[in-house]
Design a protein around this ligand. Structure first.
Ligand SMILES: Cc1cc2nc3c(=O)[nH]c(=O)nc-3n(C[C@H](O)[C@H](O)[C@H](O)COP(=O)(O)OP(=O)(O)OC[C@H]3O[C@@H](n4cnc5c(N)ncnc54)[C@H](O)[C@@H]3O)c2cc1C
Length: 381
């Protein structure tokens, strides 16, 4: 798509308006309860599917909306503004399916992208393992060729939407001698015999987003479920993250915007020393800093989205920088929002403490912010 480097088009602004209206009407009312009960945000999934916003990145040729990278960012941002857990639906649908879009055969694309686009199936991404997090290439899950099939064995850890998704992109070792070049990617289906799931993790935040282990016990799948040639799975997994770290930045922006919007309203209403606390310069300066950091993060994220759309040569740096900067900003902004509400901000009667807990994960997943700094240092512009 042809759009200016950083400036959203009118279509993007219209998209934002419609997603915001939908998110406020159908997703926001359930956000506190989803968090409190740690349950899957089914209302959000239903609303997103009904409005074709659950996997907007799927190309039109496979039945999708064909949204560009910036439009995808805007959808995730607006959903995260009211409910971070729900924003994992469009975000992880992109994360899980992008390996197929980037490197899969035509047959795989047709078979797996159409149900995703229709809202009949969700996609998860299985890279991490109990002993292979930041050092993902140290994974142990094995895929062994057996005639016209591969047999997978291993444990994938921290898998978002595990158990809910029908499809799983699984990275597994096909040649242990070659480390990252001996890793291949496969599509595994929830219904494949030998696939099972662990108990949901008890988390600090994004409590409505299920995070579970995926167990692969002699899972036999046809060889044509391999994504790209043997030994290219790790490269595909990393290329995917270059694009999808921008969606984590989007999530961070949304969470931070939600907290800033709430705090802005609160300081007008709350009175101390006989006047609204918004009248105090100390409070005004905090809000100014929050808005400044958020806007800087947004500009970097939109620039990265434009680079993702064009697959620019500096995308790796920009993807890592946007994720790292926006998530650090979101942590600071949500912490300041709690501060601006004083004691009330520290309670579950107000949404900012949930936003602060939710913001934390954006500094950790799709590579911790230490790992992002390693990636940036290796790819300095
Ligand atoms: C809620 C949640 C959802 C997730 N969803 C998914 C998913 O859907 N799919 C998936 O594959 N994974 C997922 N993850 C996994 C996530 O990407 C990893 O947790 C993350 O990459 C960190 O790995 P780790 O937890 O093993 O931490 P570790 O790698 O053990 O890191 C521990 C600490 O050491 C630091 N560290 C490690 N190496 C270095 C280094 N070289 N230099 C400096 N510091 C370093 C880290 O930054 C961190 O602070 C999810 C995780 C969570 C918590």
């Amino acid at each position: 798509m042809d759009f200016d480097l950083y400036r959203p088009l009118e279509e993007h602004d219209m998209l934002r308006e419609s997603v915001r209206a939908l998110a406020e009407a159908k997703i926001a009312p359930h956000a506190a309860e989803v968090d409190e009960e740690g349950r899957f945000p089914q209302e959000a999934l239903d609303a997103l599917v009904a409005n074709d916003l659950h996997a907007v990145h799927v190309p039109e040729s496979y039945g999708g909306a064909g949204a560009d990278a910036l439009a995808t960012v805007i959808v995730i941002e607006e959903v995260a503004r009211v409910c971070a857990s729900s924003s994992l639906i469009p975000a992880v649908n992109k994360l899980g399916s992008l390996p197929v879009i980037l490197s899969g055969s035509e047959e795989l694309k047709k078979k797996y992208l159409a149900p995703l686009a229709k809202g009949d199936a969700m996609f998860s991404y299985c890279l991490s393992e109990p002993d292979a997090g930041s050092d993902a290439a140290g994974m142990k899950t094995r895929a062994v060729r057996d005639g016209d099939a591969y047999v997978l064995n291993g444990v994938k850890r921290w898998i978002t939407n595990a158990g809910v998704s029908e499809y799983y992109t699984v990275m597994a070792v096909t040649d242990p001698e070659k480390r990252s070049k001996g890793i291949s990617a496969f599509v595994v289906e929830k219904s494949d015999p030998g696939v099972s799931f662990g108990a949901p993790e008890k988390k600090l935040g994004i409590k409505g987003s299920p995070t579970r282990e995926v167990y692969l016990d002699n899972v036999r799948i046809p060889a044509d479920r391999m994504i790209g040639p043997e030994g290219t799975g790790f490269a595909t997994a990393m290329k995917t993250l270059d694009h999808t770290r921008i969606t984590i930045a989007a999530q961070a922006l949304g969470i931070a915007q939600g907290a800033l919007d709430y705090a802005k309203g609160y300081v007008q209403e709350r009175k101390q020393f006989g006047k609204p606390i918004a009248d105090f310069q100390g409070v005004q300066f905090m809000l100014a800093d929050m808005a400044m950091k958020l806007e800087a993060a947004r500009q970097l994220t939109y620039a990265a989205a434009a680079k993702s759309e064009r697959t620019d040569s500096d995308l790796t740096f920009f993807g890592a920088a946007a994720k790292c900067y926006a998530s650090d900003a979101a942590m600071e902004i949500t912490t300041d929002a709690v501060q601006l509400l004083g004691g009330y901000g520290y309670t579950r009667d107000y949404p900012v403490e949930r936003m602060m807990r939710d913001a934390k994960i954006t500094q950790i997943y799709e590579g911790t912010n230490q790992v992002q700094r390693i990636v940036m240092a290796r790819n300095l512009p």
